[in-house]
Design a binder for this molecule. Structure first.
Ligand code: GLY
Ligand code: MN
Ligand code: MN
Length: 442
């Protein structure tokens, strides 16, 4: 890959120092001496000898850019070098994890093991004072994951504040995604089917389904009205009107999550995309310290209701459209979510580093972020407008239906919908838009 390589040797040591400090604080909360992190073990498919794709414990990926090391462990003890217990099985059937190499290796004591159970000998003898993070099936002997809530609450909350190293990872992920989006757009313009566009995307990203941070959403025409459409039809439709692509990329365990929508021709749908894009840029500009994310979400509903009115879909005021739930029939998901090691990253609702939940605003059940923005947070901003048969049928049964122009709405069903999604870093000053920067760079 020819992505510009960030200065990882310089950025990594302070990242590790930050994680060490956070771990010490988390352990103190729980009265523990050691943090053990199990990378995880494969999950077998029912009555089969095949495994599901391996997905590493995000706590493990936080420490090192190793995403495919099932059976490995980290042992973190405040005041000591972290220890990596690294499973390289003797196995000529499968690819075994590569020998540890790169900028991160010198920061760990490393013990190589050849079978998973051998990890036990490298973990603390007495597990009573260990916080052990992992899935149940990762247990080796009496070292069984206990996932203390106090530790998880602290670490998840802190994970919202990305280190400069993490932001560098996310910039690279965004660049890989932006380049692949360009290839997908070219495939769409060439008349490819969803499946062909999907293949063009993966080829440009050099990432396959298992590498990508989530399943690509590649939707032509009315398929764009299915929010998480993953059909990948093999033949193109007779008439291609629109294209919605929500596709990301991974880099060293970090995710990009990018959506763009295109119209085949200039005209009414193209104009609606342009209007939504302008509104979306406005919301991105409000990713600033002290901005309440749920308030930004409600603000977005008012702006989108204004667009629905301007473009002739509804006749009521913005206020009534939002209060009566009409805006939610067209924009039925949240404005966005935290992003990082997971595409829907943790702690979007967390009240503090001791846990607790910040409730969603009533009437907005799918919002995934209720916190106030602070420097270091990365969120998506992804407003959308859709023509979803199920939700439109529900709207038609309400009294507000009389102030909807149904002919206009029906004429747009063939386009499916629009979503535009950027990944934005909250800083001390201007927001950093990882996605738009990446598109400019490719
Ligand atoms: N790609 C899923 C989402 O945008 O949240
Ligand atoms: Mn998203
Ligand atoms: Mn997305």
């Amino acid at each position: 890959m020819d992505h510009p390589h960030p200065d990882l040797h310089r950025l990594y040591p302070p990242h590790i120092a930050t994680l060490q400090a956070r771990t010490a604080a988390a352990l103190e909360r729980a009265g523990c001496d050691h943090l053990l992190i199990a990378a995880g073990r494969a999950h077998a498919q029912f009555l089969d000898d095949r495994d599901y794709p391996f997905c590493a414990n995000p706590h493990f990926k936080h420490w090192l850019p190793v995403t495919k090391a099932p059976g490995s462990w980290l042992v973190i003890t405040p005041g000591r070098r972290p220890k990596l217990v690294y499973l390289q099985p003797r196995d000529y059937w499968h690819v075994v994890p590569e020998a540890p190499a790169g900028y991160w290796v010198e920061h760990f004591d490393i013990a190589i093991i050849r079978d998973a159970e051998a990890a036990r000998a490298h973990l603390p003898k007495n597990t009573a004072r260990c916080a052990i993070l992992g899935e149940t099936n990762a247990a080796v002997g009496d070292a069984a994951p206990n996932n203390p809530q106090a530790v998880i609450d602290y670490l998840h909350y802190q994970r919202s504040y990305k280190t400069p190293y993490e932001l560098a990872m996310m910039r690279v992920a965004s660049k890989i995604g932006a380049r692949a989006h360009r290839a997908a757009e070219a495939a769409f313009r060439a008349g490819e089917a969803e499946f062909g566009i999907h293949i063009a995307y993966m080829a440009a990203a050099m990432q396959s389904d298992d590498d990508l941070p989530y399943s690509n959403i590649i939707a032509l025409n009315e398929h764009a009205a299915v929010l998480h459409y993953t059909g990948h039809q093999h033949a193109p439709p007779a008439h291609i009107e629109s294209f919605l692509i929500d596709a990301g990329a991974s880099f060293h365990g970090y995710a990009a999550d990018i959506t763009r929508t295109y119209a085949t021709s200039d005209g009414e749908f193209h104009a609606l995309i342009a209007a939504l894009e302008q509104a979306q840029r406005g919301f991105c500009a409000q990713v600033r310290a002290k901005q309440s994310y749920p308030e930004l979400h409600i603000h977005a509903h008012h702006v989108l209701a204004g667009l629905l009115k301007e473009h002739g879909f509804i006749r009521m005021s913005e206020e009534i459209a939002v209060e009566s739930g009409v805006s939610s029939a067209f924009f039925p998901h949240g404005l966005g979510h935290p992003l990082g090691l997971q595409v829907h990253d943790v702690a979007g609702f967390q009240a503090s580093d001791r846990g607790g939940t910040l409730a969603r605003p009533p009437g907005h059940p799918y919002l995934r972020m209720t916190r106030t923005l602070e420097p270091g947070m990365v969120v998506t901003i992804e407003p959308g407008l859709y023509f979803i048969d199920m939700l439109l049928a529900e709207l038609k049964a309400k009294s507000a239906a009389k102030d909807v122009d149904w002919n206009r709405v029906d004429a747009f069903r063939k386009y499916g919908g629009i979503r535009i999604e950027d990944n934005v870093v909250c800083t001390q000053a201007e927001p950093e838009n990882l996605t738009r920067d990446a598109f400019e760079a490719v």
